[in-house]
Design a protein around this ligand. Structure first.
Ligand code: ADP
Ligand code: MG
Length: 724
């Protein structure tokens, strides 16, 4: 089978957000549905629908007959047995582990229709196609399909002719739809990508709350929720939202034994050269390099291409160019891809030897997904993260922009009444910059505090938005703190990742191959011996720990460096040197205070540390400190400086802006959503400033993705053309 579906590589899937701008229109949407010819019903499936349910001990047979797999993957059987027996389940396993089978097989075994709730049209189409190819009766209803097709699917559902019916969560908001489903209850309800339901997810949308309200009408079928990315906090939230607090939890398989994780603190200016050096030996390729922005991806891609078979890949490139790059990478002609996170969905290249991140990712979950693309063949591979404190500041800068202070939302909220007021009027009344205003309005709308009509007249929504907004914003910051801790803590990297996901059955053993377990095996880190001053601090630290094991690193710092020199971060780096030399151990700890989790670290000596003397301390190797570290004092000041990737919008012609806004309003009316859900003002201004003449140029505008271009590319380019 081809590794990549032709449609899947064109765009990152968007939500089937009911009535929202991202509605439908994904790759493949609008293309004629597959004819019935290939839908030969397999005898097995027919039989299983008519026959009595398959008992748990015969699930293995059904696996072979219906799906053609010789055996279960790890943990699949345990999940299938529980669900077949009617238990609710929460399954958290990494991408590629085979979660789909965990509902597909029990659904067949329970002999009836399985209702699958999936938030992404592309994933839905993909699964339906695979099941149909197996001869199973799978269908879907979503916003991208013709009404007549959906009606036919409904008839088949009621007649009991379907093994699987896929829908988007928003479908349950359509009046009467849940009641319709309840006329012939499913034997199993599967919620795929279940993290989307959680408040804590950054793309949480209020519509997903519907599930908790509507699913009880479809019971008593068991519910199975599946995701690759839920931390324990999100797991609890998902189970709570779905009304299955007692669900059996299957959280497995996050340990990757063949990926050596290496984290290196490095000034941004040095990173590109480091990447070239890292990837020079042929054995470290094929490789994927993740860059934080499209522009940086392009720069690095061009630099690397001078010496290596390398190319860039990001969502701002024309689809044909992206497809070419991806195909060449899969075929082995290109050995290095420099990409934004747009790359990787649906890419299954087994022999990726190295994954490099040239900046700190926003979340540990995202990071884990990306490094997971290394070494699918099980051969030794390496994941290298280059970061510095400046990266965190960049993330914080963007966070402040998308989550304005809740006082700003509060001021806006107080200006709202029952009578809708034009957005522009509110903006003037609030006297804040347009970007902050837009962010505040959107967040207030998402959390129910504001109602916005298509023409962007705003009226008061419900109270009670404050808490969810605060929680969501803080969760984002907590995620940033999490990945920063991961980068900074001298603790086995794999162990840190595995415990982050809450894998309770993991062995708990250090991996033996990461930069903390095996510093000598590192390929990117530069080391140096300690200076005389540093050696003195190391001696004091070892002395203190000999007397007081398990001190917090804060206490240890105060006792070793009462004068405040060196600073705390430098001290933690020295401690990291002790850990890597095998002389000390540092572990993460936390406590709860005022509903919050406070994290800290404790340090102790290892057996070798207790025995150590001057010779051992002289052998400690330290990271070369980033030269920028000394200037960190300025960080509290809110810099007005924009990161270089921000567009220059001053060039926009006001008449063109008006024309684009008029078009947007018409579109918003047609779709019955606020105009900013079509596209935000800053994207619109970006188009007016750039005056794109082709789809490729339009794609290059910040905020425009392939989905938006596919949907609106023609009218936008026409409007720009007419303005000349
Ligand atoms: P996930 O949803 O966990 O990311 P999928 O359900 O999409 O993963 O499965 C990943 C791949 O593994 C699919 O190609 C699927 O056909 C395959 N797969 C699943 N279970 C088995 C099995 N028991 N044996 C062999 N292949 C399997
Ligand atoms: Mg899946």
């Amino acid at each position: 089978a081809p590794a990549v579906r032709p449609g899947a590589q064109r765009a990152a899937p968007r939500r089937d957000a009911g009535g929202s701008a991202q509605l439908s229109l994904l790759p493949g949407d609008g293309e004629p549905a597959e004819g019935g010819g290939r839908r030969r019903r397999s005898a097995v499936a027919e039989a299983s629908r008519r026959r009595s349910p398959t008992p748990p001990e015969r699930l293995g047979e059904l696996l072979r007959e219906a799906f053609g797999f010789p055996a279960f993957r790890p943990y699949q059987e345990a999940v299938c047995r529980a669900v077949t027996a009617g238990e609710d389940a929460l399954v958290v396993m990494p991408t590629g582990a085979g979660k789909s089978l965990c509902y597909q097989l029990p659904g067949l075994a329970r002999a009836g229709t399985t209702l699958v709730i999936s938030p992404l049209i592309a994933l839905m189409e993909d699964q339906v196609e695979k099941l149909q190819t197996l001869g199973l009766a799978a269908e879907r209803i979503h916003s991208g399909r013709q009404r007549a097709d959906s009606r036919e699917v409904c008839r088949a559902y009621l007649a009991g002719r379907l093994d699987y019916l896929f829908i988007a969560p928003e479908r349950l908001a359509v009046p009467g739809f849940t009641e319709f489903l309840a006329r012939r209850k499913p034997v199993l309800i599967a919620v795929d990508e279940a993290h989307c339901i959680s408040h804590w997810g950054h793309d949480f949308r209020p519509d997903y709350r519907l599930l908790g309200e509507r699913l009880p009408q479809l019971r008593p079928a068991p519910i199975i929720a599946l995701t690759a990315t839920a931390t324990p906090l999100v797991q609890d939230d998902v189970a709570g939202q779905l009304g299955i607090p007692g669900a059996r939890r299957f959280i497995h398989g996050f340990r990757r034994t063949n990926i050596a994780v290496e984290v290196v603190e490095m000034r941004p200016a040095l990173r590109h050269e480091a990447v070239a050096r890292i990837l020079e030996p042929a054995a470290r390729r094929p490789a994927i390099v993740y860059a934080p922005t499209r522009r940086k991806a392009e720069e690095l891609g061009d630099e690397l291409a001078a010496t290596l078979p390398a190319a860039t890949y990001h969502a701002g490139m024309a689809p044909a160019a992206r497809d070419r790059v991806q195909a060449a990478f899969l075929a082995g002609e290109l050995q290095v891809i420099v990409a934004t996170i747009a790359f990787g969905m649906g890419v299954d290249k087994p022999d990726v030897r190295t994954v490099v991140h040239t900046g700190l990712p926003g979340t540990l979950e995202g990071y884990y997904q990306e490094i997971g693309r290394a070494g699918r063949d099980g051969e030794p591979s390496r994941a290298i993260l280059l970061y510095s404190f400046a990266d965190r500041r960049t993330h914080e800068y963007f966070h402040r922009k998308s989550y304005p202070d809740s006082l700003v939302l509060e001021r806006l909220f107080r200006k709202l009444g029952p009578t809708p007021r034009p957005k522009a009027q509110l903006l003037r009344a609030l006297a804040i910059d347009a970007e902050t205003f837009d962010a505040a309005l959107e967040k207030l709308w998402i959390h129910g505090g504001a109602q916005v009509d298509p023409a962007e007249n705003v009226s008061r929504g419900a109270d009670g938005w404050q808490e969810p907004y605060r929680a969501q914003s803080e969760h984002r910051l907590a995620q940033l703190a999490q990945i920063t801790r991961f980068a900074e803590t001298p603790e086995c990297r794999m162990l840190h990742l595995v415990s982050h996901f809450g894998d309770r059955e993991d062995s708990g053993q250090p991996c033996g191959i990461c930069d903390v377990c095996d510093p000598a095996g590192c390929v990117a880190q530069e080391r140096r011996p300690p200076t005389a001053d540093e050696t003195a601090v190391l001696e004091r630290a070892v002395d203190r720990l000999r007397q007081r094991p398990d001190l917090t690193t804060g206490q240890l710092y105060q006792q070793c460096c009462p004068s405040g020199a060196p600073d705390r971060r430098t001290f933690e780096r020295l401690l990291g040197g002790l850990v890597r030399a095998g002389l000390a151990e540092v572990r993460e700890d936390s406590f709860h205070k005022g509903g919050r989790e406070i994290h800290f670290r404790r340090a102790s000596l290892s057996a070798a540390g207790y025995r150590s003397g001057p010779e051992e301390l002289a052998a400690v190797r330290l990271e070369v400190p980033p030269a920028a570290a000394a200037k960190r004092k300025t960080r509290r000041r809110r810099t007005k400086r924009r990161p270089a990737d921000e567009p220059a919008l001053e060039a926009a012609d006001p008449q063109l802006v008006d024309a684009l806004k008029a078009w947007r309003l018409k579109e918003a009316h047609r779709r019955r959503i606020p105009a900013f859900r079509i596209m935000p003002d800053r994207t619109l201004l970006g188009i007016a400033a750039a005056r794109p003449r082709s789809e490729a140029q339009l794609l290059a505008v910040k905020g425009m993705g392939p989905t938006l271009v596919k949907k609106y590319g023609r009218p936008l380019i026409d409007i720009v053309g007419r303005a000349d």
